[in-house]
Design a protein around this ligand. Structure first.
Ligand code: A2P
Length: 282
C-alpha cells in the first residue's frame, strides 16, 4: 500500500480503500460534519459510521457538501443490535440510507453478534439478519456485506451460506491482536478491519510504542496505523482534530522493520475496550 486510495480487494471483487476514517464517539452535528469534511479534503475516501453512533445525518451532510462524486467515496454503516432479525434489518437499513441521504451503501455490517449470554437462539438470529442483508446485497442496495465483532464460532454458520462475509471489523491494536479470529478470517477470505487502531487513544503513551515510533521519527498514532497495514488489516483511525486527521494519513512514507513488527506483535495486553462479544449485554 502506497496511498490512502490503494485498496484491499474483497471476496466479491469490490475494492475498499486501505485506510478508513472512523467516526465512533464523534459527536453528531458540526463536529461530525467538519471532521468528515476535513478527512475527505486531506484524501480519505473511506468513511466508517454506524446507526448507533448517531451521526449518520452529519456524515451524509459532509459527503454531500464535499463536492466529491458518490462513487469515489466508500461508505460503511452498521445494523444496530436492537434491529437484529429479518424484517427489522430491512427497516433499519432504509433508515440508515435515509439519514445518510444515499441510495446505496458500499458496505453494511452486523454491528455485534447476538450472543449466547443473551439468546438461546443467537445463531438463528444472526442468520436471519444475514438473510436480509444477502437480499439487499443481491438487489444492489449494498456493494458488500459483512460483520463486526464476530468471533470464529459466531461466523461458523454464516460462512456456510451463499454469501460469505466480505469483512469482519474487530478491535485490533498493539497488545490486542485477536490472532485466532484474524487467522480464521484470513482462511475464509474475509478482510479484517481494525477498530480502535490506537486503542481509543490508550496506545499513545505506551513506552514500548513511544520508543519504536521515535526510531522512525513518527508519532505513536502513525506507527499503530502503519502496523495495522503491515499486519494485513484495514485501520479505521478516528479523530475530530483536523491536524491529527491529516497526521494520520502519513503512514506510507516509512516501513516498520520485521524486528520492530515482531516486537509490537509480542506486546502483552496494555488496555482496550474490554468488550467481549460473548458477554456484552447490549
Ligand atoms: P481526537 O478525536 O480528540 O482527535 P481510535 O482511532 O483508536 O479509536 O483512537 C481515537 C482517539 O485517539 C481519539 O481520542 C482521538 O482524539 C485520538 N487521536 C487520533 N489520532 C491522534 C493523533 N494523531 N495523535 C493523538 N491522538 C490522536
Amino acid at each position: 500500500m502506497k496511498k490512502l486510495t490503494d485498496f484491499y480487494e474483497l471476496n466479491n471483487g469490490v475494492k475498499i480503500p486501505c485506510v478508513g476514517f472512523g467516526t465512533w464517539q464523534t459527536p453528531d452535528g458540526e463536529t461530525a460534519v467538519n471532521s468528515v469534511k476535513v478527512a475527505l479534503e486531506v484524501g480519505y475516501r473511506h468513511v466508517d459510521t454506524a446507526a448507533v453512533y448517531g451521526n449518520e445525518v452529519s456524515v451524509g451532510k459532509a459527503i454531500a457538501e464535499s463536492g466529491l462524486r458518490r462513487e469515489d467515496i466508500f461508505v460503511t454503516s452498521k445494523l444496530w443490535n436492537k434491529d437484529r432479525g429479518y424484517k427489522s434489518t430491512f427497516e433499519a437499513f432504509d433508515k440508515t440510507l435515509e439519514r445518510l441521504g444515499l441510495d446505496y451503501l458500499d458496505l453494511y455490517l452486523i454491528h455485534w453478534p447476538a450472543n449466547k449470554a443473551q439468546f438461546e437462539n443467537w445463531d438463528e438470529i444472526n442468520l436471519e439478519s444475514w438473510r436480509a442483508m444477502t437480499e439487499l446485497y443481491k438487489a444492489g442496495k449494498i456493494r458488500a456485506i459483512g460483520v463486526s465483532n464476530f468471533l470464529p464460532h459466531h461466523l461458523e454458520s454464516i460462512v456456510k451460506t451463499e454469501v460469505v462475509p466480505a469483512i469482519n471489523q474487530i478491535e485490533f491494536h498493539p497488545g490486542f491482536m485477536q490472532s485466532e479470529t484474524v487467522k480464521y478470517c484470513k482462511e475464509k477470505g474475509i478482510v479484517v478491519e481494525a477498530w480502535s487502531p490506537l486503542g481509543t487513544g490508550r496506545m499513545l503513551s505506551n513506552e514500548t510504542l513511544l520508543a519504536i515510533a521515535a526510531k522512525y521519527g513518527v508519532s505513536v498514532a502513525r506507527l499503530c496505523i502503519r502496523w495495522c497495514l503491515q499486519n494485513g488489516t484495514l485501520p479505521l483511525p478516528k479523530s475530530v482534530t483536523p491536524s491529527r486527521i491529516e497526521e494520520n494519513t502519513h503512514v506510507f512514507d516509512f516501513v516498520i522493520s520485521d524486528e520492530d513488527m515482531a516486537a509490537i506483535n509480542a506486546m502483552a495486553y496494555c488496555g482496550g475496550s474490554g468488550l467481549d462479544p460473548d458477554t456484552v449485554d447490549f
